[in-house]
Design a protein around this ligand. Structure first.
Ligand code: CMC
Length: 429
């Protein structure tokens, strides 16, 4: 008869242990009973980069990396991207169910009415140098919101958490747009409550002297879908950061700023920026082969390829590729697309990539769309952060409601010096 346990024999002592298996995992604390002597600390697991360690139980996002499946609260990303809007998806991710009509109206109303920034936030942003990276501005300004909303520290009050949720989702596009306008030397644009979430974002980015900005509906929808595709992705680097910082009961503004900092790195959300730099460096289709050779020799990474979880085509990349065609109808075809398509074609046939199961990820095509829409490369991680703010908040809310969660505090394997006596400077050789 099969049992849901793992039998372990410790060959150091000959002792046997039965460890329960639940949800395909063993509880790492169960290992601690495995000792060679009474004063032994007990066995630990070693897992740099958390490659095989579940840090939480979650009901938000499901990924089957082998099959290339992504579900938000059980709904396939393809259906959501086709039928939903970003704000409806945000409601779903945060609340667990799709909203009724009245719930959605209320949700949209609150988020729309929290898009304004305190005038002092704008003054604070003006202090950045003209060439400051917009992601640096974004991270610092989100962190600064913590000083404007000290009530956010009431993290155990569900009403306060709801208010911070509205504020964060409402204000991140305004901060992002102001960071963009700052780098362009343009005046900040106030939000327009008549427009959709993505439409208003375009307004705050691109409005010039016209009285009323009218977003192009195709670009507005494309941006909305891009936000949907970036909204959550279970326990990735930035989301884990959100949970780690949240686990110390810090307020959600500093936690989102920390998560956005993790996103900034080129191996995570900064990859879309690197993809564009890479495509520009390659320069033309006929140079793709030479670049692939450098990748295979370990000299450079093929940015926008590979994923810790996906060992198949990232379903988000497939959707983005389709949106690209719609965007190019409006903006004209981005010539970098040909280089990207050639890179993908060669990589998907090449043994190096096939063997390692390296496929295009979400960042591979998004940058090409962002460029066609007129965004500077430095702005791409900021666009990622706007969508992902929803996931960070949902995961933070789930963490706070989870009685099994504790402050994040990993163990280490200490390989340094044993205890030794201090030698005064004059006696050191
Ligand atoms: N180009 C060339 N080789 C690669 C790449 C790549 N993009 N990605 C992985 N490999 C190789 C890697 O060198 C290793 O080879 P070997 O077995 O010979 O040592 C093998 O594939 C396994 O890679 P890994 O680094 O152990 O895998 P990981 O799960 O630790 O890293 C990753 C995942 C996303 C950091 C990595 O694939 C990578 O650096 N990709 C490029 C950056 C990128 O596009 N990041 C965006 C990720 S998706 C959006 C997001 O979540 O932010």
């Amino acid at each position: 008869m099969s049992q849901n346990t793992l039998s372990i024999t410790d060959n150091r002592t000959g002792k046997k242990y039965e460890i329960p298996i639940e949800h395909g995992t063993i509880n790492a604390m169960q290992l601690r009973q495995i000792k060679v002597s009474d004063d032994d600390f007990g066995l630990m697991s070693y897992d740099p980069g958390f490659k095989n360690t579940a840090s939480c139980k979650s009901t938000i996002t499901f990924i089957d990396g082998e099959k290339g499946i992504l579900l938000y609260r059980g709904y396939p990303i393809e259906q959501i991207a086709e039928k939903s809007t970003f704000l409806e998806t945000a409601y779903l991710i945060i609340n667990g169910e799709l909203p009724t009509k009245s719930q959605f109206e209320e949700w949209t109303y609150h988020i729309t009415h929290h898009t304004m920034l305190h005038e002092n936030v704008k003054k604070f942003m003006e202090g950045f140098r003209y060439d400051a990276h917009p992601m640096g501005i974004f991270i610092s300004t989100v962190a600064a919101l913590s000083t404007f909303y000290p009530d956010a520290r009431n993290i155990h009050d569900p009403e306060s958490r709801k208010l911070q949720t509205y504020r964060l989702i409402g204000k991140v596009p305004t901060i992002a747009a102001a960071a963009y306008r700052h780098s362009m030397g343009l005046p900040y644009v106030y939000p327009d409550n008549d427009l959709s979430y993505a439409g208003n974002f375009l307004n705050m980015l691109f409005k010039m002297t016209e009285l009323k900005y009218e977003p192009n509906p195709i670009l507005e929808r494309a941006l909305d879908v891009l936000f949907i595709l970036h909204a959550d992705h279970e326990q990735n680097c930035s989301t884990s950061t959100m949970r780690v910082v949240g686990s110390s009961h810090a307020d959600p503004y500093v936690a989102v700023a920390a998560a956005a900092s993790a996103l900034f790195g080129p191996l995570h959300g900064g990859a879309n920026e690197q993809v564009l730099r890479m495509l520009n460096e390659i320069g033309s289709k006929d140079k793709v082969g030479a670049y692939i050779k450098r990748v295979k020799e370990g000299e450079v990474l093929l940015m926008g390829f590979g994923h810790r979880v996906y060992k198949n085509y990232d379903p988000r990349a497939r959707i983005i590729k389709r949106i690209a065609d719609e965007v190019f109808e409006v903006t004209g075809r981005n010539p970098l697309l040909d280089i990207a398509l050639e890179l993908e074609r060669i990589a998907l046939e090449d043994e190096y990539f096939v063997k390692r199961k390296l496929y295009p990820n979400v960042d591979f095509y998004s940058g090409i769309i962002y460029q066609a829409m007129g965004f500077p490369v430095e702005f791409y991680p900021v666009l990622f952060a706007i969508g992902r703010t929803v996931g960070w908040i949902a995961q933070w809310l789930e963490l706070l409601e989870d009685s099994e969660q504790k402050i994040a505090r990993p163990r280490q394997i200490y390989l340094g010096e044993k205890m030794r006596d201090f030698i005064p400077l004059e006696k050191r050789s």
